[in-house]
Design a protein around this ligand. Structure first.
Ligand code: ADP
Ligand code: MG
Length: 626
C-alpha cells in the first residue's frame, strides 16, 4: 500500500530528495550569466547550454549534440573566460574559426588561431605567448584564453604539440574542445583521417577534460567516438554524481514516441493497479522505466508493482542513494531483462545504452517540460514505437515545494500547461515550447524538414475525438473560487489547493464558513473539472501559490493571485450579465456522453487504451491475456 503523501496537502521533505544535477545552481552560476550578457550580449541560455557550461566548469568530459545554429560555441567560450588557463579548440573549417576569432577579439577576449595560413612567425609568436608564464608579460597582450587550431595542424605540428604539452604540465590547459567531433568516426558520414589522430589527446593529456561537440551523432557514432577519444561511457546532464562522460543533447521530434497524459487516480493503490494492468496488457516482458518524484516513491512504487502483479513484473529501484555496486547490477539485470521495470528518480540516466525501452511512465509530473522531454526520450532509442505515459493529477502540481524561485516556478507552469492541455498536439506543444524557451528554429525540431507545427496524428490529443471535449464558459464558478479564496485569505486562514477544491464544492467543515447563498450557490463542476479550473486559474495568475516551511516539510497554499481582482472585483450580477472578463475552460466529457473513438487514426502498437483521459472515469475492457 502506498501512502498518499498529498492527502494532507503535505509535499515531500524539503531538500531531502534533491539530486545533484548540472541544471542546478552553482557557485559560478551568477558569474556565468553575468559574462554571457556582458561579453556575448546574450540574455538567456538555450536548452542544454547552461548544463554544458556547468559540466565544463566542473571539469568533466562532455559530449554535446545540438543542431547547427543551436549555440554550441557558447558552451565552451563562456567557461573559457571563467576558468584560468587556455582552452584549446580543434575545429575543421578555417572560415568558421575566423568568424569566431573576430567575435571574440571584438569582445576583448584573447583568442588566436593556427591554421594552414598561419605564417611561421605568427606561429612561433603564438607558441611563445602560450608557453610564457602569464605574469611575465604584464605589458604585452594578456593570457591566451582560446586557441583554435585545425585538426591537420594539430596532427602535424610537433612544435605545437610540445607547446601544448608544456602548458598542460603547468596546469594551464583548461580543456580541449573538439568541434564536429563525429568526424573521428568512420561510421559517420563525415569521417576525416586527421580527426582519428585526435585519439592521442587523452593519452597525451590524461587530466585535461575533453568537450566533444557535434550536430549529428547517432548512437553507433557516439559509441565509436567515445572509444576513439578514450572517453568513459556516457551519463546524462541530470546526473552530476557519477564520473562518466556527461552527455547533452538538444530536442528533436521523435515520431516513434507515443505521448499520453492520463488521469492519475487519487488513491495510490489505484495508480499502481492501473500501471500493472497496462504493463501486463501492452508491454508484457518488455523493458520500461517508471520515473518517480522522490526516492521514497521509487521504493514504494517498485514494491507495490511487484506485489500487485503477483511477481509477474520484476522491478528495481534506482536513485542517487543506491550504492554504486547495486546500481551497476540493477542496470545489468535490466539490460538482460531480469528486471523488467526500473522505478527511478531523475538520477537514472543510463537508459542511453539500452535501445529497446518500450515504455517510460511518469508516476508524477516532471519539474519542467525539458526534463520531461529528456526523461521520456529514453524510450524507443531503437526507433520502434514506444509509449510515454504521464500520470497527472492536480495535487502533484504542489509536490515540488523546492521550486520557489521564479525560474523554476515558470518551468513547472509550462509542465502543467502541457498536462492541462487536452486539445493541442503533443508534438506541436513541444515544438512551440522548445522554439520559444530555447530559441531554436522550429525547423530544427523535425529533422526531415517536415512541418514542425503539423499535428502528429497519434498522440492522446490527436486521437481524442473533438466531440468528447466540452469547452465552457465558467466565469461564474471562477468568480466563486476567487471570492472564496479571498474570504479565507482575509481571515488569515491558509488553504491548500485540495481544500480549496473541496470547499468551493461545499464539502467538509471549512465549507461551513462560506455563505453560498451570497455566491448564488456552490461550484457544481465535478471534482476533476474543479481541479482543472483551479490549475487554469493558477496558470493565468488569478490564483497563486505561497510556500510555508517548517522543520520537516514545505506546504503549498493557494491564495488570490495578481489578476484575481479582474474577476473578484465584479459583482455576481455583473458576472451573470456577461460583463467584464470571461473565463473559458475545456473539459473532457464524462464517459456517458462519449462517442466512438476513431480507431482508423490509431497506429500499430498504439496505446490508446493506456488510460482514462482527464475528466473521464477509468473504464477498460477486460484484459485478455491474463
Ligand atoms: P552551432 O555551433 O551550434 O552551430 P553557434 O555557436 O555558431 O551554433 O551559434 C549560432 C548563433 O546563435 C550565434 O549567432 C550565436 O551568437 C547565437 N546564440 C548562441 N547562444 C544563444 C543564446 N543563448 N541566445 C541567443 N542567441 C544565441
Ligand atoms: Mg559551431
Amino acid at each position: 500500500q502506498i501512502e498518499d503523501l498529498d492527502s494532507n496537502g503535505i509535499g515531500r521533505g524539503k531538500g531531502k530528495n534533491s539530486e545533484t544535477n548540472f541544471f542546478d545552481t552553482f557557485d559560478w552560476s551568477q558569474e556565468l550569466r553575468f559574462q554571457m550578457r556582458k561579453v556575448f550580449n546574450i540574455e538567456n541560455f538555450r536548452l542544454a547550454q547552461e548544463g554544458v557550461c556547468n559540466a565544463n566548469m566542473h571539469g568533466r568530459d562532455i559530449v554535446c549534440v545540438m543542431p547547427t545554429g543551436g549555440g554550441k560555441s557558447l558552451t565552451y567560450q563562456l567557461p573559457a573566460i571563467l576558468t584560468p588557463g587556455c582552452t584549446l579548440v580543434i575545429s575543421p573549417l578555417i572560415s568558421l574559426i575566423r568568424d569566431q576569432i573576430l567575435h571574440l577579439v571584438e569582445a576583448k577576449i584573447e583568442a588566436v588561431m593556427i591554421t594552414s595560413s598561419t605564417s611561421k612567425a605568427e606561429h612561433s609568436q603564438i607558441i611563445r605567448r602560450l608557453t610564457s608564464s602569464p605574469s611575465s608579460n604584464a605589458d604585452g597582450p594578456g593570457e591566451i584564453k582560446l586557441c583554435y587550431i585545425t585538426p591537420e595542424r594539430m596532427a602535424n605540428s610537433k612544435i605545437f604539440k610540445s607547446a601544448v604539452q608544456k602548458i598542460a604540465d603547468a596546469g594551464r590547459l583548461a580543456r580541449i574542445v573538439i568541434d564536429e567531433a563525429h568526424c573521428v568516426s568512420q561510421l559517420g558520414h563525415d569521417f576525416r583521417p586527421d580527426y582519428k589522430k585526435l585519439s592521442a589527446l587523452r593519452v597525451l593529456f590524461p587530466h585535461v577534460p575533453i568537450l566533444a561537440l557535434s550536430a549529428t551523432c547517432p548512437p553507433k557514432v557516439l559509441a565509436d567516438l567515445l572509444k576513439i577519444l578514450g572517453l568513459k561511457p556516457v551519463t546524462d546532464g541530470k546526473n552530476a554524481n557519477s564520473d562518466g562522460t556527461v552527455y547533452f543533447s538538444s530536442p528533436l521530434y521523435r515520431k516513434n514516441l507515443l505521448y499520453r497524459v492520463v488521469e492519475k487516480p487519487s488513491a495510490a493503490a489505484e495508480v499502481i493497479k492501473h500501471m500493472v494492468e497496462y504493463i501486463l496488457d501492452k508491454h508484457r516482458d518488455q523493458s520500461g522505466i517508471i520515473y518517480c518524484l522522490s526516492k521514497a516513491d521509487t521504493e514504494k512504487v517498485a514494491t507495490a508493482i511487484a506485489e500487485t502483479s503477483g511477481g509477474k513484473i520484476k522491478t528495481g529501484v534506482y536513485h542517487a542513494y543506491i550504492a554504486e555496486q547495486a546500481k551497476e547490477s540493477l542496470h545489468e539485470a535490466w539490460r538482460d531483462g531480469k528486471v523488467q521495470v526500473v522505478c527511478a528518480t531523475i538520477a537514472f540516466g543510463l537508459g542511453i545504452d539500452k535501445a529497446n525501452v518500450r515504455f517510460v511512465m511518469h508516476h508524477s509530473i516532471s519539474k519542467s517540460l525539458e526534463n520531461y522531454y529528456q526523461e521520456s526520450g529514453r524510450a524507443g532509442r531503437d526507433g520502434k514505437n514506444s509509449d510515454c505515459i504521464l500520470y497527472y493529477r492536480f495535487q502533484d502540481a504542489f509536490r515540488y515545494v523546492d521550486i520557489v524561485d521564479a525560474h523554476h516556478h515558470s518551468q513547472l507552469q509550462e509542465m502543467l500547461r502541457f498536462c492541462q492541455d487536452i486539445q493541442g498536439c503533443r508534438k506541436v506543444l513541444f515544438a512551440k515550447h522548445f522554439s520559444t524557451s530555447t530559441q531554436l528554429a522550429l525547423s530544427s525540431w523535425t529533422s526531415d524538414g517536415s512541418d514542425s507545427l503539423e499535428r502528429c496524428g497519434h498522440c492522446d490529443n490527436c486521437e481524442r475525438p473533438p466531440e468528447s471535449i466540452d469547452e465552457r464558459d465558467v466565469t461564474l464558478d471562477a468568480w466563486r473560487i476567487l471570492t472564496i479564496s479571498k474570504t479565507f485569505k482575509s481571515k488569515g486562514d491558509k488553504i491548500t489547493a485540495q481544500k480549496l477544491r473541496d470547499i468551493v464544492r461545499s464539502n467538509g467543515n471549512d465549507a461551513k464558513k462560506i455563505d453560498f447563498d451570497s455566491l448564488g450557490g456552490k461550484v457544481t463542476l465535478s471534482p476533476q473539472d474543479t481541479s482543472t479550473l483551479i490549475i487554469d486559474l493558477l496558470l493565468s495568475n488569478h490564483l497563486k501559490e505561497t510556500y510555508h516551511s517548517n522543520a520537516h516539510t514545505t506546504i503549498t497554499y493557494i491564495e488570490p493571485g495578481p489578476f484575481a481582482g479582474r474577476l473578484s472585483s465584479l459583482t455576481r450580477a455583473q458576472i451573470e450579465a456577461n460583463q467584464g472578463q470571461r473565463i473559458a475552460c475545456a473539459f473532457v466529457k464524462p464517459p456517458g456522453r462519449k462517442t466512438k473513438t476513431n480507431t482508423a487514426r490509431s497506429r500499430k502498437g498504439d496505446s490508446s487504451g493506456a488510460g482514462p483521459s482527464r475528466g473521464q472515469k477509468r473504464k477498460r475492457p477486460a484484459d485478455t491475456d491474463e
